[in-house]
Design a protein around this ligand. Structure first.
Ligand code: NAD
Length: 522
């Protein structure tokens, strides 16, 4: 049924199957509100992860195109910052409405290029849309402060845009993560250059089209493409004042360090290893469903995937029950009715995930459910890995030390909740964690003592809605997490403060000698 919904949601036609595309079109740059064919000499082939058919070629944008994007954004900033906040808010309302109208089209692009199921791709769009909806209310949060600091003297604070800012995005949320930046960065008056993931830029290109339709003037949002070369350009281009990065530790730590050294603001969300502590007193049925859903949904390619279970006490016997739930999940092309998980992003990712499973076997863990070799009938050439459960894992094993980013759940056993907390805190990542229990007191103790920055209590994926902020910590963020995404900190990231102190005295000054002491206003 969802395919019909996709096909009828807008007049425009777009692929809603994994059938090979006749003459795939190249992905274009988006400069000055125009889709422009790239003059690139290097291209990155983008394949449908379910079939490995070619979907498009993504350019490594040329030096001239990269510079043109910043020229365009710099020029647009001069007038965009002068437009009234209420005008920008109206454009944001329109943008929100257009995302809703194009929801299925965006989701279909995600399923085709990224591989996740159509229903899950709709969630990807929704979580980004919610940031845009919340950004419509930013005028209220933009108000500054004022205080009469001395007789006839007051200090006022203002929030002003930074100028040209940039976003570098990962492959796993092709709509949501560009939408962590587009609404907030632009509604407060910045102009934005986006580099979507070279592995699935399609949803971001649709968002660009919607920006133009919503009334964003030319240059407020520009899109350039490529891999490390484009990233280096963004890091080193002095006219770009801030960088929003989401992706792996390897790229993110480099971008944070070099971007910061260049004097830019950088917010960088990185990798993860999210643990769930399962307590014997929990609502077992709810916990089993929550764990299977959060470990294997999106084929485990979420930064908040619940990839590690800490089975406390007798719950170690429940691993077999989790395996039963996992077995009932359907692995298939994302457009197929009833598909629960699609393929992983690339043949290389599939191989890496299978290597990690093999390493666990070699290191003495138990492969309770083995997703290697799973091949949906219609998709023999896709990058599929079925749900995999590795039990009796020890912290020194590779499958525990590395972020797997695939449909693999690793399970460790401990005797007490205190041991569970120690184990989770000893992990270097701090993105998210969850506890399953019926005890408010135990949950309270866990919440207080756990170090991870996003905690779910009987909630498997506690990604905060946009009125809060995405608060991973430890190795899951660069720079100690000072600049988190969306919410009030997101607004603070995209604005700089100005404070103005003024004196308006009605009587004329009488002193004839200047005071050279530091003014105290007291
Ligand atoms: P990635 O780091 O490979 O790519 C992210 C971006 O960085 C891409 O635009 C890519 O072109 C660029 N890039 C990649 N390697 C680079 C290099 N060596 N130098 C310069 N730029 C480079 O990440 P990915 O595989 O696309 O995404 C998956 C990762 O992102 C996982 O680790 C996941 O946990 C993380 N992630 C984190 C969050 C979060 O909020 N914490 C959210 C989503 C994804």
């Amino acid at each position: 049924r969802h395919l019909n919904a996709a096909a009828t949601s807008t007049a425009q036609s777009y692929p809603t199957t994994h059938d090979a595309i006749d003459s795939p079109a190249d992905t274009q740059n988006f400069l000055d509100n125009q889709f422009v064919a790239s003059k690139a000499s290097q291209w990155i082939d983008l394949h449908d992860p379910a079939t490995n058919n070619l979907v498009t070629r993504v350019p490594q944008s040329t030096d001239a195109e990269l510079v043109a994007a910043v020229d365009s954004a710099e020029k647009a900033f001069k007038t965009w910052r002068e437009t009234s906040l209420l005008h920008r808010q109206q454009i944001m309302f329109k943008f929100v409405a257009l995302i809703r109208e194009n929801w299925d089209r965006l989701a279909a692009s995600i399923t085709l290029e990224q591989g996740k199921t159509f229903a899950d791709a709709k969630g990807d769009v929704l979580r980004g849309l919610q940031v845009a909806e919340t950004a419509c209310g930013i005028p209220t949060q933009m108000t500054g402060e004022v205080l009469e600091v001395a007789k006839d003297m007051e200090t006022r604070s203002y929030r002003e845009p930074l100028g040209v800012v940039a976003a570098i995005c990962p492959f796993n949320f092709p709509a949501m993560i560009p939408l962590w930046s587009i609404p907030i960065a632009t509604v407060v008056g910045n102009t934005l250059v986006i580099k979507p993931s070279e592995r699935d830029p399609g949803a971001c290109m649709i968002l660009a089209e919607l920006c133009e339709k919503a009334g964003f003037p030319p240059g407020v949002v520009n899109i350039i493409h490529g891999a490390a070369k484009t990233v280096d350009f963004i890091i080193d281009e002095p006219r770009i004042k801030a960088i929003s990065f989401v992706g792996s530790n390897k790229a993110g730590e480099y971008i944070f360090t070099r971007g910061s050294a260049n004097g830019k603001r950088v917010q960088a969300n990185l990798g993860a290893k999210n643990h769930a502590a399962i307590l014997p007193d929990c609502n077992k049925n709810h916990a089993l469903n929550a764990i299977a859903g959060a470990a294997f949904g999106a084929a485990g390619q979420r930064c908040m995937a619940l990839s590690t279970c800490v089975m406390v006490g007798e719950t170690k016997e429940w691993v077999a029950d989790i395996a039963e739930r996992a077995k009932s999940l359907s692995v298939n092309g994302g457009f197929e009715e009833g598909a629960d998980l699609g393929p992983v992003i690339s043949p290389e990712a599939k191989k890496r995930i299978e290597d990690v499973i093999a390493s666990a076997e070699k290191e003495g863990a138990t492969i309770l459910l083995d997703g290697r070799g799973v091949k949906p009938e219609k998709y023999p050439n896709g990058n599929f890995v079925g749900p995999t459960i590795i039990a009796n894992v020890k912290p020194h094993m590779r499958c525990y030390r590395e972020e797997i980013f695939g449909p693999v759940l690793v399970c460790l056993n401990v005797d007490t909740v205190d041991e569970a907390i120690d184990l989770i805190n000893a992990n270097e990542y701090g993105n998210g964690t969850a506890i399953f229990t019926r005890s408010g007191a135990t949950a309270g103790m866990f919440q207080k003592n756990i170090e991870a920055g996003q905690v779910g209590i009987n909630v498997p994926i506690p990604v905060p809605l946009p009125m809060f902020s995405f608060t991973g910590n430890k190795k899951s963020v660069a720079g100690g997490g000072a600049n988190t995404f969306y919410g009030k900190p997101g607004l603070a990231f995209y604005t700089q403060q100005k404070t103005v102190t003024s004196l308006w005295r009605s009587e004329d000054a009488v002193a004839s000698k200047a005071s050279v002491n530091m003014p105290t206003h007291s």
